[in-house]
Design a protein around this ligand. Structure first.
Ligand code: ACO
Length: 323
C-alpha cells in the first residue's frame, strides 16, 4: 500500500518581531488582555520585500535541504494560503519560478486556517492515486496585509510566516504501524461563511478588503468541530487519544487548543504550542509548529502525530500521520 511519508520539513519567518507591548502603542489593548484571552505574546510581521511567495520559497528550500532533495525531485507544489501575492496567478507558481522549477504542476489551495490540512489531504490523494511521487506542501501567509490595523479585536491575533513539508510515496502494509499519512478528514459548512471573512474580493468590490470576525461565534463552534474530526480519525484507524504522541493543532488561540485537548483526553505535555511565539498564522501555523517540534527533537521518526485545524468558511479537518 502506498503511503505519503514526511521526508523533510522547514519554515521561515519575517525578520520583524512585534510584541504585545508594541501593539499597545498602536491600539487600545494590553499585553495582559492579549495573553489572557489568546496566549499570544508576539508575532512576526512581513516587511518590505517579504511576501507570501518569498516566505513560502524560504520554507520550501529549508524542507528540501532537510530532505536532501532539490526542486528537480518534486512533482507537484501545493500552497495553502488565503493571502496570495496576486489575485492570480497562484502564488504556488511564483514559488515554482523562484525555485527554478519548470516541470510538474503548482497550485494554491484556499481553506483559510484549515488550508494546510486540506493541502496535506490533497497531496496524499495525489500520491496514493499515482499522480505524483513527491509533493511539496507549503502553508504561507501574510495576514498582516489584510488586517484592519485599527480594529483591536482582530489585529492582535494574527502574524505572518511559512512552513513546508516534503511528502514522498513510500510502501506500507496498510496498518497504523506504517509511516506516513494514515487518514485525513475534511469538512466545511458555508452557512458560517460570514462569521469570519474578508470584506473585499476581485468579483465583488474589486478590492482586497480586510478581515472581519465574530470572535465569540468562532470560539463557540471551534472545540466541537475540532473534536468531531479528530474522533473521525480515531474511528477510521482504530486508534485512541492514548496512542497519540503529539497533537499539533492550528495555532489560533490557546484556549481553543487547551479546550480541544482536554475534551479529547490528550495531556498538555503532548500538545505542541507555538501560538505564543507566532500568533495565528492561518495556513502556516501547523507546518511552523511541526518545524519547531521536529527541529528540537520532540517529534521523532515513528511518532504518531495528529494535526487539526478549523477556520473561515467554516472549514475544519484532521490528518493523522506517523512521522
Ligand atoms: N484589547 C483589549 N480589549 C479588547 C480587545 C483587545 N485587543 N479586543 C476586544 N476587547 C474587548 C472588547 O471590546 C470587549 O469589551 P466590552 O466588554 O467593553 O465590550 C471585551 O474585550 C470582551 O470582548 P470579547 O470579544 O467578548 O472577548 P472574548 O473573550 O470573546 O475574546 C477573542 C476575543 C480572543 C477573539 C475570542 O473570541 C476568540 O478567541 N475567538 C476565537 C476566534 C479566533 O481565534 N479566531 C482566529 C481565526 S479563526 C481560526 O483560526 C480558528
Amino acid at each position: 500500500m502506498i503511503r505519503s511519508v514526511v521526508r523533510g520539513f522547514g519554515a521561515a519567518l519575517p525578520k520583524q518581531v512585534v510584541t504585545n507591548r508594541d501593539l499597545e502603542a498602536r491600539v487600545d489593548t494590553t499585553d495582559e488582555w492579549i495573553v489572557q484571552r489568546t496566549g499570544i505574546r508576539q508575532r512576526y510581521i512581513a516587511g518590505e520585500g517579504e511576501t507570501t511567495a518569498s516566505l513560502g520559497e524560504a520554507a520550501a528550500r529549508a524542507a528540501l535541504d532537510r530532505a536532501g532533495l532539490t526542486p528537480a525531485d518534486i512533482d507537484v507544489i501545493i500552497l495553502a494560503t488565503s493571502t496570495p501575492d496576486n489575485t492570480f496567478p497562484a502564488s504556488a507558481v511564483n514559488i515554482q519560478a523562484r525555485l527554478g522549477m519548470h516541470h510538474g504542476a503548482a497550485f494554491d489551495m484556499q481553506a483559510v486556517c484549515s488550508g494546510f490540512v486540506y493541502a496535506m489531504a490533497t497531496a496524499d490523494a495525489y500520491i496514493r492515486g499515482g499522480l505524483a511521487r513527491r509533493v511539496l506542501v507549503i502553508g504561507a501567509e501574510t495576514f498582516s496585509r489584510i488586517i484592519d490595523w485599527n480594529d483591536r479585536t482582530t489585529c492582535v491575533l494574527f502574524g505572518d510566516g511559512a512552513g513546508a513539508l516534503v511528502l514522498e510515496a513510500g510502501e506500507g502494509d496498510g496498518t497504523t504501524a506504517d509511516r506516513g499519512i494514515l487518514t485525513a478528514h475534511l469538512r466545511s459548512d458555508g452557512a458560517h461563511r460570514e462569521k469570519l471573512y474578508v470584506d473585499g474580493g476581485p468579483s465583488t468590490t474589486g478590492t482586497v478588503g480586510h478581515l472581519r470576525m465574530e470572535g465569540r461565534e468562532v470560539f463557540k463552534h471551534a472545540v466541537g468541530m475540532i473534536t468531531d474530526v479528530i474522533e473521525q480519525a480515531f474511528d477510521a484507524t482504530g486508534t485512541t487519544a492514548d496512542d497519540i504522541d503529539w497533537l499539533v493543532p492550528h495555532q489560533a488561540n490557546r484556549r481553543i487548543i487547551d479546550g480541544s485537548a482536554k475534551k479529547l483526553g490528550i495531556p498538555p505535555e503532548k500538545v505542541v504550542i507555538t501560538v505564543d511565539l507566532h500568533g495565528n498564522t492561518s495556513a502556516a501555523s501547523i507546518p511552523l509548529a511541526l518545524n519547531e517540534a521536529a527541529s528540537d527533537g520532540r517529534i521523532k521518526q515513528g511518532d504518531l502525530v495528529l494535526l487539526e485545524a478549523m477556520g473561515g468558511g467554516f472549514t475544519w479537518g484532521s490528518v493523522l500521520l506517523r512521522w
